[in-house]
Design a protein around this ligand. Structure first.
Ligand SMILES: [Fe+2]
Ligand SMILES: [Fe+2]
Length: 144
């Protein structure tokens, strides 16, 4: 068990307009991802998070993101989406990058930057998922 020390950084909230993409299966996944992030936030702010449990939740989120990206990648490829490569690379960079990992500061204090995760998801949806969905829907991808 570990006691949580809240970061001194300004706390902020973001919300996303739904439907995010208008493609129902993808938006169900976006909803699930956001629900998990909110649950993780609640768990962390409750104040008695176990480091192993945080790791497990981050691992589960990694799997969920990976499956979701796979679904988007397949849909983009199926419709020869011209932005496929950059979108695919953004997914890979996220999966292989530091965002779903805890961090340890120079004093050896472990923590997790949930803000970075939320920022990434909100910005990815605006920059990549929405333009992709616009293209796919115009190509006849079902919205419901
Ligand atoms: Fe997405
Ligand atoms: Fe995406």
């Amino acid at each position: 068990m570990a006691v949580i020390i809240l970061s001194s950084k300004k706390l902020s909230y973001k919300w996303l307009r739904f439907p995010v993409t208008g493609i129902v299966e993808l938006d169900q996944q976006h909803q699930e991802l956001l629900d998990r992030m909110n649950t993780l936030r609640d768990y962390l702010t409750r104040g008695q998070a176990a480091p192993e449990e945080v790791q497990e939740r981050l691992h589960a989120l990694h799997t969920l993101f990976s499956n979701h990206f796979e679904e988007e990648n397949q849909r983009m490829q199926a419709h020869d989406y011209p932005g496929f490569t950059t979108h695919f690379e953004a997914h890979q960079a996220f999966l292989n990058g530091p965002i779903l990992h805890t961090i340890t500061d120079p004093h050896g204090q472990e923590g997790y930057d949930l803000g970075a995760l939320v920022e990434w998801e909100a910005s990815h949806i605006s920059r990549f998922d929405r333009p992709m969905a616009e293209f796919l829907l115009a190509r006849g991808e079902k919205s419901v």
